[in-house]
Design a protein around this ligand. Structure first.
Ligand code: DAH
Length: 944
């Protein structure tokens, strides 16, 4: 009996028993190895069959193999069974018993609306191959400003409303800082977006100091403005979930060239005008443009090879529009991307003396698209839109009063209105100005029904004076017989001047004058410029004999021109002068000073008039002040000057702070007879530094900072002398007394590669079309080699230096709206979200799922709240950085932990009897780096 066979049968039986008994996969594996493994029992039997006879050996061998197979099968069956029951157990554990009563309703958590909008934006941009970049909220001035071409001594800096942090940093005012951080030291192509919080120290109660922006930029070879439009259209469609109407307006950002602001058509009123769009039909969306070559160079990128676009926009408004959250309206009104404007106001009639004007609506539209902000035309006169043209049908004597008449007035409806009228000149068939009951008159009174000597009067026939159109009160205002009955009065007569108001970007010093605005009108609409006469009638002895002009500080003053007028009679100005100044917001002082202001408005050249008799030593010196030198400025303030200041002095002392304000010691007064008119060209930063230091923003400093026409200095002095002689009498001394300083650095000529310009803009304009567009803004063009125009820059355009600047001019006049929309090409790469970003997103989801509400609080801390945390003395959270200019002195620390702000929310909610407060915030305690998560919560008993 071959032992092997018995053995095998016994083995199989044992194996089956053991397999059936195991309860885990692990145990099964062990059993299986024991019987079937290389050193297992079956193998042992097989090893022993060598002693057996031939056919016996074969039989046992075969049996051993089948045994092996059968044990194998049994093991595998058992494995399946074990796996199945594991799964069932797991499922059993998870199965809900729907017969149980409902647990407490899950609490409703919520993401902050801005987070939701950010997520949506991120989703869109990552699908376009943009990856996320983050940058610090406490930022260096270099990254926030300088590297972006916003130097300290530049008017654009004013608009940034910056919070300064002790130690020289700032709270970032925009997300554009990320451009610098993300590009520096890397090689294009780049496609980045940077969502984040930004801060502006704006004290107006309508603005929240913290808001959100998203920045995006793409740099590669051959990226164009058309591509920028393409991306923004696609983005807009994604955000608004449908078609979108965008508008691109020329604008100025120091870090882009060309630059634009973009608006989207108001979705609420569909461009009809409503409260949300301030009746304009458009909602500002953000700023954008082609990244300035200097910014690329600042990041070490070859700006000849690469070009790219950037855009930045506020996010809070989108959140509001999406989710309709009224509490958010403070942030809503925050303008997203304003590198703001100075305002210029001017009488339209005055402007029309310089150039023929188009229809008002066209003027407003083109100036808006062409780079002015907040363009508006308004009436200066009283609002008489409720007063209407009436026809006196009947006019009879008042039954009880000799001097009164009773009239019946037709307003076009056929119904006759009975009024009592005291004017001697009223008569039947006259067209008159009629104020119905309920009309508010310009003096503020509300017209009521009245009984006059027993006759009821329902309305009033108005005189000039009642309408504040003049002083005539002898009788009523009789209108033209053709005036249409029922029409509002302003449609029939002129009820005051019309005023144009425009916001001017800080680069455009050349449009801070009537002539500048007229040139701009000409650029858009064509026409001939009419400039005022400047040559004075010279009768006196030469000015140069009476006064010597010397420039010591030659770098600060490029040219100084003096004119002398003797024998003037200082007195009030004529009405037309007062009115023109008033339209521009300048108060009339006397005929001499008024002329200097009038010419400042006409030409944009600031002037100053000195009382010649008060100047000592027969000289004017332009020099730096000595430290501690005193000057009482015209506003009555005694100022102590420093060696940085540029002054105008006579032989003894300072008589004016150059380019900013005159001194009291040389002021023109009623007794003045001889005057010296100053017209000069000072260095913009010299004026800016002084204006800033003394907090003196004047009409003069405003213009000098932005750049005045260096070739217009003499002409303005001439014009002023001429006008003074005209208005105040006196003799104009022959010629000008002049001194020259160092020549200013100016750009007189730019080589303009038309081909590159087309590539930058995404246009296909011919060389001659480009030349024509440039000539409309006064840039002279001559053709050089193929694809290059040699452009001569007019002296008033102090902002044009690079060929990119000229591309902006081309786009501005051609119209940004006509640039074709294209889509950027480039390598699409998969994008990965930064690790911290992903962690933060998961944390948000988890907390919201747990029923918590996400909030965002200001990062400012009160020292008392920090004390209340009772931190250890060496806890770094007790060591906060201070804001230099906090909104409120008590909250002048930057938070080192989010806890106090969260606790504040809890406290505020409790005091409003909210019983369940579960909130969290993800934020950045500063200055200790990114991504720290802080939770704050309180679960008092739930109210249900
Ligand atoms: N940084 C600008 C602001 O808030 C917004 C902006 C404008 C960003 C134009 C850009 C841009 O990238 O191209 O004030």
């Amino acid at each position: 009996m071959p032992a092997g066979v018995d053995n095998l049968e016994r083995l199989e039986e044992e194996a089956r028993r053991e397999i059936a008994a195991v309860e885990s996969l692990q145990a099964l594996t062990e059993v299986r190895a024991r019987y079937l493994g290389k050193k297992g029992s079956v193998a042992g039997v097989l090893r022993g069959i060598g002693d057996l006879a031939g056919d016996e050996r074969a039989r046992v061998g075969q049996l051993a193999n089948t045994t092996k197979k059968r044990i194998e099968e049994a093991a595998s069956e058992r494995r399946h069974a074990l796996e199945r029951s594991d799964r069932d157990r797991a499922l059993d554990a998870e199965r809900l018993d729907t017969t149980l009563p409902g647990a407490e309703e899950p609490p409703a958590g919520r993401l902050h609306p801005v987070t939701r909008v950010f997520r949506d934006m991120v989703e869109f941009f990552t699908s376009m191959g943009f990856s996320i970049e983050e940058g610090p909220e406490v930022e260096t001035e270099y990254h926030c400003f300088e590297a972006l071409n916003i130097p300290e001594v530049h008017p654009a800096r004013d608009e940034q409303d910056t919070f300064y942090v002790e130690g020289g940093n700032v709270l970032r005012t925009h997300t554009s800082n990320v451009q610098i951080r993300a590009m520096a030291g890397r090689t294009p192509p780049f496609r980045f977006i940077a969502p984040g919080r930004v801060y502006r120290h704006d004290l107006s109660p309508r603005h929240y100091p913290m808001f959100h922006q998203i920045e995006g930029f793409l740099v590669d070879e051959g990226v164009s403005f058309g591509d920028l439009k393409g991306v923004l259209y696609a983005f807009g469609r994604h955000l608004m979930e449908g078609e979108i109407d965008l508008r691109f307006r020329a604008n100025h950002f120091p870090f882009t060239e060309p630059s634009a602001e973009m608006d989207y058509a108001c979705l609420l009123c569909e461009r009809q005008g409503c409260g949300v769009c301030s009746n304009s039909g458009w909602i500002e969306w953000g700023g954008c443009g082609m990244i300035h070559p200097q910014v690329l160079e600042n990041c070490g990128i070859d700006s000849e090879r690469y070009q790219g676009f950037a855009f930045g926009m506020g996010v809070d408004r989108t959140a509001l529009l999406r989710y309709g959250i009224p509490e958010y309206s403070a942030a809503l009104r925050r303008r997203p991307a304003r590198v703001g404007a100075g305002l210029m106001r001017v009488s339209l009639q005055w402007l029309a003396e310089f150039i023929d004007l188009p229809k008002e609506a066209d003027l407003v539209e083109r100036l808006t698209l062409g780079g002015f902000e907040d363009v508006e035309v308004s009436s200066t006169g009283p609002d008489l839109s409720e007063v209407r043209v009436g026809l006196v049908r009947e006019c009879g004597r008042h039954p009880n009063a000799d001097r009164l008449s009773v009239c019946r007035v037709d307003l076009g409806s056929g119904e006759l209105i009975e009024v009592v009228c005291g004017a001697p000149n009223v008569a039947a068939d006259q067209k008159i100005a009629f104020a119905a009951v309920g009309t508010r008159l310009p003096d503020g009174t509300l017209l009521k029904r009245a009984k006059i000597r027993g006759v009821v009067s329902t309305g009033m026939i108005c005189s000039d004076r009642e309408l504040q159109l003049g002083d005539d009160h002898d009788g009523i205002l009789v209108l033209d017989p053709d005036a249409p009955v029922g029409a509002p009065l302003p449609e029939v007569i002129s009820t005051g001047d019309r005023e144009l108001e425009v916001g001017i970007t800080p680069n455009r010093g050349d449009v801070t004058s009537v002539i500048g605005l007229a040139r701009e009108v000409r650029a858009h609409f064509g026409g001939d410029l009419r400039t005022p006469e400047t040559d004075p009638l010279e009768t006196g002895s030469p000015a140069a004999d009476a006064i010597r002009v010397e420039i010591d500080a030659t770098d600060d003053c490029h040219r100084y021109v003096a004119r002398i007028v003797r024998g003037v009679r200082v007195g009030p100005s004529p009405d037309w002068v007062v009115a023109k100044l008033a339209a521009s917001g300048i108060r009339s002082i006397n005929n001499v000073v008024d002329v200097t202001n009038l010419v400042l408005l006409e030409f944009g050249q600031p002037l100053h008039a000195f009382d010649l008799a008060k100047l000592r030593g027969g000289c004017i010196k332009v020099r730096r002040a000595t430290a501690g030198e005193k000057l009482v400025t015209l506003d009555g303030e005694a100022r102590e000057l420093c060696a940085e200041d540029l002054v105008i002095a006579d032989s003894e002392c300072a008589i004016a702070l150059a380019g900013v304000m005159g001194g009291a010691n040389s002021e023109v007064g009623d007794a003045t007879t001889d005057i010296l008119i100053e017209s000069a060209h000072f260095h913009p930063s010299r004026v800016r530094v002084a204006a800033k230091r003394y907090g003196l923003k004047t009409e003069a400093s405003y213009r000098f900072e932005r750049g005045v026409d260096r070739l217009g200095v003499g002409r303005a002095a001439d014009r002023a002398a001429r006008l003074i002689a005209e208005l105040a009498g006196g003799e104009v001394a022959a010629g000008r007394a002049v001194a020259e300083g160092a020549a200013p650095t100016v750009t007189e000529e730019i080589r303009f590669p038309t081909d590159r310009s087309n590539k930058l803009l995404g246009t296909a304009l011919s060389k001659s079309e480009m030349a024509e567009l440039l000539e409309r803004v006064g840039v002279g063009c001559t053709a050089a080699e193929a694809d290059v125009l040699v452009c001569s820059i007019p002296s008033h355009r102090t902002d044009l230096h690079l060929h990119q600047d000229l591309s902006e001019e081309v786009a501005r006049i051609y119209g940004y709206d006509r640039i074709p929309v294209t889509e950027p090409v480039g390598v699409l790469r998969g994008v990965e979200r930064p690790r911290l970003w992903r962690v933060a997103e998961r944390a948000r989801d988890a907390l919201v799922a747990a029923g918590m509400i996400e909030c965002q609080t200001l990062p400012f801390l009160n020292a008392e709240w920090v004390d209340a945390l009772q931190l250890d003395p060496d806890d770094p959270r007790g060591n906060a950085v201070r804001l230099v200019n906090p909104i409120r002195e008590e909250e002048s620390l930057l938070r080192t932990t989010l806890l106090p702000s969260i606790l504040r929310i809890v406290q505020q909610n409790r005091s409003r009897q909210v019983s369940r407060i579960e909130v969290f915030e993800l934020g950045t305690p500063v200055p200790r780096g990114w991504g720290t998560l802080a939770l704050g919560w309180e679960t008092s008993h739930r109210s249900r």
